[in-house]
Write a protein that binds this ligand. Sequence first.
Ligand code: ADP
Ligand code: MG
Ligand code: MG
Length: 273
Amino acid sequence: GLDLTQFEVGDLIGEGAFGQVYVASHKRSKRVKVALKCMVKSQQDRYLDVDGHSTPVLAEVAMMLRLMKAPRCPNIIRLHNWLEVEDNFVLILEYAESCQTLLQYIKDTADIEENQARQLMRQLIRAIMFCTERGVFHGDIHTANILVTLPRLELKLIDFGCAQPITQKPFNKSDYRGAGHGMPPEALRCRVFHANPAYVWTIGIMLYEIMHGRLAFNNRQSIMFGAIQIHPRLSTACVDLISQCLIRNPAKRLQLHQVEEHCWFNPTTPNPV
Ligand code: ADP
Ligand code: MG
Ligand code: MG
């Protein structure tokens, strides 16, 4: 069986609301580095069935397992395995080497260029589309839950701790467990929301933050009523994409399958002379 003594635990590499993340190496296969996400069990933990198994597992694990069946998506962090050790859950994750969070990358990089933003957004959209195909609503996409490798800007979506299965039924506002500033306006206004339009809202929020280095909306009031202040250096296509993803009425918002077709992703390259 698998247990923690098989790992040599190294530095603390991350701390979130619910757990610590350590880099570790598997002793027998020395070179293989993993990230150990350690969480103390709590009363609030949710459990879900995994297809073909009768014992429910931690929802975070169940949701990730849906995404691990081949073919996998390179933009979603891999779950190798998991353990329960006394009062703790330990997720054994792919370690994203030479990476930082998108939050840090944005802090360190003034005026990110649209070409870089496009590269990041293409990968984020690929991860999101893949999640919808496997029936997973991530529910907590923000810049600390996105890793970016340097210098190649490969993107990995992490932290499925707030993820939920997508069904025919809409989600309730109370189902939303992610960071408050990521909540779509329809969840605040109508108290129900669907996964796809919520994902499109998130895409708009992420693109805005990458291009401006700050949140589009700071609080619920501004999510519902605030005007978006867009920087004049942005191209018209970029402004249009942000604006269409951040339309408050989900029925009028750009649809998920339309996002990738938006002209910002298909810049016409000038003919070489
Ligand atoms: P929480 O659910 O507590 O927010 P996360 O899964 O978001 O925990 O992890 C917390 C932090 O740990 C992340 O923001 C990131 O900095 C780091 N981290 C998490 N997973 C990995 C990984 N696989 N590789 C590298 N760093 C990671
Ligand atoms: Mg997190
Ligand atoms: Mg989490």
